[in-house]
Design a protein around this ligand. Structure first.
Ligand code: ADP
Length: 407
């Protein structure tokens, strides 16, 4: 079975085509500048030169059509015709309290996702455009949706409630949802496999450190707590997001700087974090480079960033009464040895002993970076959210086919 995985944004759309028998990626790519002039489709097939096509792509339906044309292209394609795509899986950022697992798309599911537009105004409407665009191009192909929030629906109320009047939760579902769930789920399963121990017996802390960043306490395979909240702004310091701060800063800054609410929102999401403190970049590579050149602001930004991850790890050790392994994943977590070193430097009190040589290794494989006698293992686990979306879609479509064939 071939499954097309789609991650639709408001003006862009990423895709990966999987052969589920081998779990190989047959082709992948992205469409950028949808709805603007000179839209770009970039298409990659292993061992072949990248293809770039510039054209006018006014909406998501046309974008999907272009992707399907490319996948079946005589020269650059990998499929004979579009019937060779048996299912489509979509990433959806917010599943609210309605979805605690991946589901096949039907009218009700679409209605529920629409109801959640308020909670994720930048993301869910774009995902819906992706779903509708696939429907228009592949009307009889089943679609599944995989939510960034679903994995965290197992959190107990003591983790997900904010200590504010409960009417706000009851009326408007204001609570912690958490994000990066697909990644935390994937890396925790992969870590259990690597450690050769049942996930149901493990206490794990997963650190997804990319442009966006979050930690999760994963108790016996289920999310117990996570650092992102109702939106992805809460928690760790990130590339451009502030992470945790006293909420009273918002009205205070509004008064003092004569800002609007939208301006403060934009400041906290787009102009804070590593970028604000370093004054250089939101990209960890550039911050580390400047720090190594002696830039004090870059050094402070790096230290704040690592310190906050360490604080969350410490709090999750307390939350779970222990930890078996700490996992690093995503762009920074997988690639930045100095950051991992800085985080783990302060964790020796509960038995984390990093091996400097292992930490320095660059690899796309899951690996241990602690010494053999370290009380707690630290692993680098490359994440693969697209593969998990493809696997969930495959399972749901297979289950549906099995049920239908019985009647
Ligand atoms: P997202 O999916 O949240 O956009 P990624 O997980 O792809 O982000 O992470 C992107 C970030 O990873 C980049 O902003 C960059 O800071 C960081 N990154 C990538 N490679 C390295 C590296 N070698 N060293 C440090 N940071 C890196």
């Amino acid at each position: 079975m071939n499954i097309l995985v789609i991650n639709a944004g408001s003006s862009s759309l990423k895709y990966q085509l999987y052969n589920m028998k081998t779990e190989d990626v047959l082709a992948k790519g992205r469409v950028e500048r949808i709805g603007m002039d000179s839209s770009i489709l970039t298409h990659e097939v292993e061992n072949q030169p990248e293809v770039r096509e510039v054209s006018e792509i006014l909406d998501h339906t046309t974008a999907i059509k272009k992707v399907l044309d490319m996948l079946t292209h005589r020269k650059f394609g990998v499929l004979r015709n579009i019937q060779d795509i048996q299912a489509v899986g979509h990433r959806v950022v917010h599943g609210g309290e309605s979805f605690s697992e991946s589901v096949l798309v039907d009218q009700n599911v679409k209605l529920e996702i629409r109801k959640l537009f308020d909670l994720a105004p930048l993301h869910n409407p774009a995902h819906m455009m992706g779903i509708v665009a696939v429907e228009a191009n592949l009307p009889n192909v089943p679609q599944a949706v995989v939510f960034d929030t679903a994995f965290h629906q197992s959190m107990p109320p003591s983790s997900y409630l904010y200590a504010i009047p409960t009417v706000l939760y009851r009326k408007h579902q204001i609570r912690r949802y958490g994000f990066h769930g697909t990644s935390h789920d994937y890396v925790s399963k992969r870590a259990a496999e690597f450690l050769g121990r049942p996930l149901e017996k493990l206490k794990l802390i997963s650190c997804h450190i990319g442009n966006g960043a979050s930690c999760a306490a994963i108790l016996h395979g289920k999310s117990y707590d996570t650092s992102m909240g109702m939106t992805p702004l809460e928690g760790l310091m990130m590339g451009t997001r502030s992470g945790d701060l006293d909420p009273a800063v918002v009205p205070f800054a509004i008064n003092k700087e004569d800002l609007t609410l939208n301006e403060v929102n934009s400041m906290l999401n787009k102009h804070s974090g590593l970028l604000a403190i370093s004054g250089i970049s939101s990209d960890m590579r550039e911050v580390v480079e400047a720090m190594n050149d002696g830039n004090d602001k870059a050094k402070l930004a790096f230290e704040m960033y690592a310190y906050r991850i360490r604080k969350y790890i410490g709090s999750y050790v307390a939350a779970m009464d222990g930890v078996d392994a700490i996992l690093f994943t995503a762009g920074v977590g997988e690639n930045s040895a100095p950051l991992r070193e800085a985080v783990c430097r302060g964790l020796t009190f509960f038995g984390v002993h990093l091996d400097a040589d292992r930490n320095a290794v660059r690899s796309s494989e899951t690996r241990r970076i602690t010494t053999d006698d370290s009380g707690v293992s630290v692993l680098v686990v490359p994440t693969n959210e697209e593969l998990l979306i493809a696997r969930d879609t495959y399972r749901l479509v297979k289950d549906k086919t099995a049920v239908e064939s019985r009647f």
